[in-house]
Ligand binder design. Sequence first.
Ligand SMILES: NC(=O)C1=CN([C@@H]2O[C@H](COP(=O)(O)OP(=O)(O)OC[C@H]3O[C@@H](n4cnc5c(N)ncnc54)[C@H](OP(=O)(O)O)[C@@H]3O)[C@@H](O)[C@H]2O)C=CC1
Ligand SMILES: N[C@@H](CC=O)C(=O)O
Length: 403
Amino acid sequence: MVNVAILGFGTVGSGVAEVLAKNGEHIDQKVETPVRLKYILDVRDFPESPFQDKIIHDFSTIENDKSVDIVVETIGGATVALDYTRRALRAGKSVVSSNKELVAERGYELIQLASQMGVSYLFEASVGGGIPILRPLSQCLAANELTEICGILNGTTNYILTRMIRAGLSFEAALKEAQENGYAEKDPTADVEGHDACRKICILASIAFGRHVYPRQVPTEGITGVTLADVAYAESCNRKIKLLGRAVKELDGKICAYVAPHLIDAEAPLAGVEDVFNAIMVKGDAIGDVMFYGRGAGKLPTASAVVADVMDAARHIRSRKRVEWGPGGEDVTVSPEGVPFRWYVRCAGTAEKVRAAGLDAALLSRSGAPADEVAFLTRAMPRGELMSALSGMELGSLFRVLE
Ligand SMILES: NC(=O)C1=CN([C@@H]2O[C@H](COP(=O)(O)OP(=O)(O)OC[C@H]3O[C@@H](n4cnc5c(N)ncnc54)[C@H](OP(=O)(O)O)[C@@H]3O)[C@@H](O)[C@H]2O)C=CC1
Ligand SMILES: N[C@@H](CC=O)C(=O)O
């Protein structure tokens, strides 16, 4: 028998309890031993819930109960969750987590601790919600030299962009829907400002390239600067706007990672990814391009990934399941500032001014544009060179174009 405790009975934690109960028989068969939910720790009580009898409020009950083998951390954040994760690992329990903030900030340290204690620390649900991505990256693609990861990594922002474009919803109304659906972070700034996608690209890059990449090393922009005018200009040149997380291994071995909105070709596979769906494209020297697609957030899709980790940890209760990487450092990453990209620019000005700036620009148009607005695509150039050419012009939007 394997006993499980869940920390945090919110969207994901309640989904985990539900999947463990609903699919219990099938789970037991696959693990070849009964997997039982013993405790649920939360700050609140849930009198209407069928799991109320399992609710407790004191973590030390779990910590001191030797019969608890696996702790599922679905509280979120990097404070209480860090304390409980360390204590659970030190008590010899495997930990399964959906908490990308904690993994991105403290993954290396926690993996080391799990290794010392001979237990597992697994976090498949921390990237891509229900999409199997971390295991394929660390196991199925292990024979490859990986060179790039690029993807739509945040369900909330992809949902917002889709609802704004397809249903004409305001940003606020679309965000409210995403929150009601359980997609958004507790503080949705993390979604819309790109921090959530940043944490996910850090985890992906750490696994793919073998060294810890920290969020502070990844320049990050969100979608709050994307307007319906930008969407219309993108459509006029057969492109779509998507928030992408990207990590590229440069020739010198350094990792160039960033998160930002991009204009992408409307026919490209990532352009068709809508609603809460995520997609992650990985490039390897043997496999070429491979893409992972599915629901990137939500109660049951995320619980699906968490419970699969619980089953894996349960199967390896006396060995140890490993998803790991090496330490980070300032030498691990390189800034994207010097990398040439084509750019989409919307600013106040005229076509003459743009031509005079020598940007080799392809002008764009949209119906209803004010007379003093101009938008265009540039040739490939580093951001610094573009900014000098644009000096004196009032900038509206500036996004990379993914070729
Ligand atoms: N929602 C999603 O689709 C996905 C979420 N994740 C990640 O999973 C984690 C959980 O997300 P989600 O379920 O959405 O978050 P929720 O806010 O819905 O759930 C967290 C739960 O933990 C409770 N909690 C807060 N502090 C404590 C504490 N000190 N002790 C015990 N319980 C506590 C919260 O109570 P209260 O509400 O009262 O604060 C809440 O019930 C986060 O790291 C998130 O990033 C990952 C993939 C998808
Ligand atoms: N807030 C996140 C939840 C899943 O990771 C998202 O919207 O993608």
